[in-house]
Design a binder for this molecule. Structure first.
Ligand SMILES: [Zn+2]
Length: 673
């Protein structure tokens, strides 16, 4: 557009004119007088006090069949985390209460009560005893010795440390791996005195001891089940690594990273099993069996119709928009979306201001041609266009100078370049990590609600015999909120990155990678996707760096072949390819789902309840209804009186009918005959 044409024909719209005025003012302010103001650092948007979440499970849910009793007498107390585990397993119809708030009338409202670790007074233990003898079902984690006889065990005193859990040949252990699973908390030594063993304590070499790890006892009209250890705390220790290893360099690869927390912690012979997920699924089997007279509905871990999820991400270091566009284009071919974690090229305050001014000037109808930024770095307009297409463009902070400082600098630069607001998901450069959850605490202050820093990479993954292992470093295929050492839940989800390009192939030639060729790297990634589809419901984090697309030559060729073939395999197996932001939106929506007013008509065989799903994610969750219930079979399901089609799914030892659930308030009826 030339000056002559503009003066002869007024083609500028009112909206465009106002935009241009705003830009002129902004550009003038930045360029002339506002230079100092534009570079004044902004504080984190959320105060330090806001990093913890109030357990959403505390909301009383009418008709909930499960009561979770937390015991503040335990130090630390992982009761809130047990609530997060129930939600992760899709049990949303439960209520939480502190031990000091319970009474016989409250307990009697719930067919199933879960009791977390901690000491009990004689009075409290009598309460639970009476509850069970009158027909209640109690699951207690390492309970006070006063309850041992009710549980059908005798406490022998002493603990097994560094033990394992090995399931017995028991109905409740169906669908759970028969390989022994790691337990990082002390396990109390009991002997059976009337109870059945559901699982045994095993030693590190997998040999079984005579001590039960999980038991079941019929006590008069009720049932009492025991776990010999603090299961929720163990899940956290498996997922987040060894707290005693925090801030230590342990794997021989320079830099204190997330993976250092897992050295001498994860048993590499078991990395192919999601050990934390399998243990919570054993609990889920038990909850299903003990939930009472009515069938217990729950939510599928993944979006309806997905057999697994691939959370696609790519770190990008000072790269150009064209390189990023190449990777986005690849993912778009499979109807997928990609999260870019972008570190802008190093620049002074002055050059950042000038770049911002140029970008703003480009918006002007006249000056645009003069000021066009030809460096090719992503402009705010590029970023807005990518986001419109469903991709993410988020922070990739360098924290070599400290986590607080690094996040502060990178967040400020990101905002001041006009890329804001920052996406709510993040990966730290080199996955450097502070404390057990210190980095997550800082992330929460910047409104970052999902971290992809736990990362399968480095020499730890190589066994002493030279063989490389693959799988679930954090023992999990599913996101869960981080929990601190005291048991407080953080407002940040941990999402493991399972499949990492720079670990498999020579992307950066660090000398720490496996360095296999592209075909072998494709095969490893596809095997992991197959395991998620066939065995363990998972959202697999995937890293495909954008840098090789800028390197060109063989590196670019390898990256594009690897990425394309892995995406192609995922799509062919019904795996949903999503950005981390889309995955976070689904995860938060599923975590806030409610099931209210559960009612079971025993004579008619009809289960009725209201499901409430917020409309914040485009991907529908799936409702799971047990296919069998006490010799009755699920015949049909209606949602708002409309017949719904159900797909069969097995979770742990239980077969379910899965039904997609659209957002809103839905009346669900499940008919059993
Ligand atoms: Zn990086």
């Amino acid at each position: 557009m030339t000056m002559t044409k503009r003066t002869s024909r007024p083609i500028i719209s009112r909206r465009r004119f106002l935009q241009a005025c705003a830009c002129t003012v902004a550009a003038g302010a930045l360029g002339a007088t506002g230079y100092v103001v534009a570079n004044a650092p902004l504080p984190p948007p959320y105060p330090e006090s806001s990093v913890f979440q109030t357990p959403v499970a505390g909301i009383p849910t009418p008709g909930a069949p499960i009561l979770l009793v937390t015991n503040p007498g335990a130090q630390p107390s992982f009761g809130a985390y047990l609530g997060a585990i129930l939600r992760a397993e899709g049990f949303v119809a439960f209520r939480m209460a502190r031990l000091d708030a319970i009474n016989p009338a409250l307990l009697a409202q719930f067919p199933l009560v879960l009791l977390t670790v901690g000491p009990l007074t004689a009075e409290a233990s009598d309460l639970f005893r009476a509850y069970v003898l009158n027909g209640g079902h109690l699951i207690a984690f390492r309970p006070d010795p006063r309850l041992a006889d009710l549980m059908g065990v005798r406490a022998l005193g002493g603990d097994v440390t560094d033990g394992m859990l090995a399931v017995a040949d028991h109905l409740l252990a169906q669908g759970i791996t028969t390989q022994a699973l790691q337990v990082h908390t002390p396990m109390a030594q009991y002997e059976l005195a009337g109870a059945e063993a559901v699982a045994w304590i095993a030693r590190r070499d997998s040999s079984r001891t005579s001590y039960p790890a999980v038991t079941l006892m019929r006590a008069k009209k009720g049932i009492a089940a025991l776990w010999a250890f603090d299961l929720p705390r163990n899940i956290a220790l498996i997922r987040q690594g060894n707290p005693a290893a925090a801030n230590q360099e342990r794997d021989g690869m320079e830099g204190v990273r997330t993976v250092d927390l897992f050295v001498d912690w994860i048993d590499l012979d078991r990395i192919d099993i999601p050990q934390a997920d399998e243990q919570q699924r054993l609990l889920a089997n038990m909850i299903h069996a003990l939930a009472g007279e009515a069938p217990l509905p729950r939510l599928w871990h993944l979006p309806a119709g997905a057999s697994a999820v691939l959370v696609a991400t790519g770190d990008a270091h000072g790269l150009l928009a064209s390189h990023i566009a190449t990777a986005l284009e690849l993912v778009s071919r499979y109807d997928g979306a990609l999260s870019i974690y972008y570190a802008p090229p190093p620049m002074s305050n002055r050059s950042r201001t000038l770049r911002r001014v140029r970008w703003l000037a480009e918006e002007l109808p006249v000056a645009g041609a003069v000021f066009t930024d030809d460096a090719g770095y992503p402009t705010p307009k590029d970023v807005a266009r990518w986001r419109e297409r469903g991709h993410g463009f988020g922070l990739h902070p360098y924290v070599e100078q400290g986590v607080g400082k690094g996040y502060h600098e990178y967040w400020n630069t990101f905002i001041k370049l006009g890329y804001g607001p920052a996406e709510p998901t993040v990966r730290t450069h080199r996955v450097l990590w502070s404390g057990w959850v210190e980095t997550a605490r800082v992330q929460a202050q910047y409104g970052l609600r999902m971290s992809l820093d736990h990362y399968h990479s480095g020499p730890l993954m190589r066994r002493a015999d030279g063989r490389w292992v693959h799988g679930y470093l954090t023992g999990s295929g599913l996101p869960m909120p981080f929990v601190d050492e005291q048991g407080n839940l953080l407002r940040v989800y941990q999402q493991h990155t399972h499949i990492v390009d720079e670990h498999l192939m020579r992307v950066f030639d660090t000398g720490y990678e496996m360095g296999v060729d592209v075909n072998e790297a494709i095969a490893i990634a596809c095997r992991q996707i197959d395991a998620a589809v066939e065995q363990y419901p998972s959202a697999l984090g995937l890293q495909c760096h954008i840098d090789p697309f800028a390197f060109g030559g063989e590196k670019a060729e390898a990256a594009s072949v690897w990425f394309d073939r892995v995406l192609d395999h995922a799509a062919s197996r019904g795996v949903m390819i999503v950005s981390a932001e889309q995955w976070l939106a689904f995860t938060e929506m599923r975590d806030q789902a409610e099931m209210r007013n559960l009612m079971w008509n025993e004579s008619e065989g009809v289960l009725m309840f209201e499901a409430v799903i917020s409309a914040e994610s485009q991907r529908a969750p799936a409702l799971l209804l047990p296919l069998e219930h006490r010799r009755r079979i699920l015949r049909q399901v209606t949602i708002d009186s409309v017949l719904a089609s159900a797909e069969q799914k097995r979770v742990g030892g239980v077969a379910y009918g899965a039904v997609a659930l659209a957002a809103g308030r839905r009346q669900v009826r499940a008919y059993y005959r």
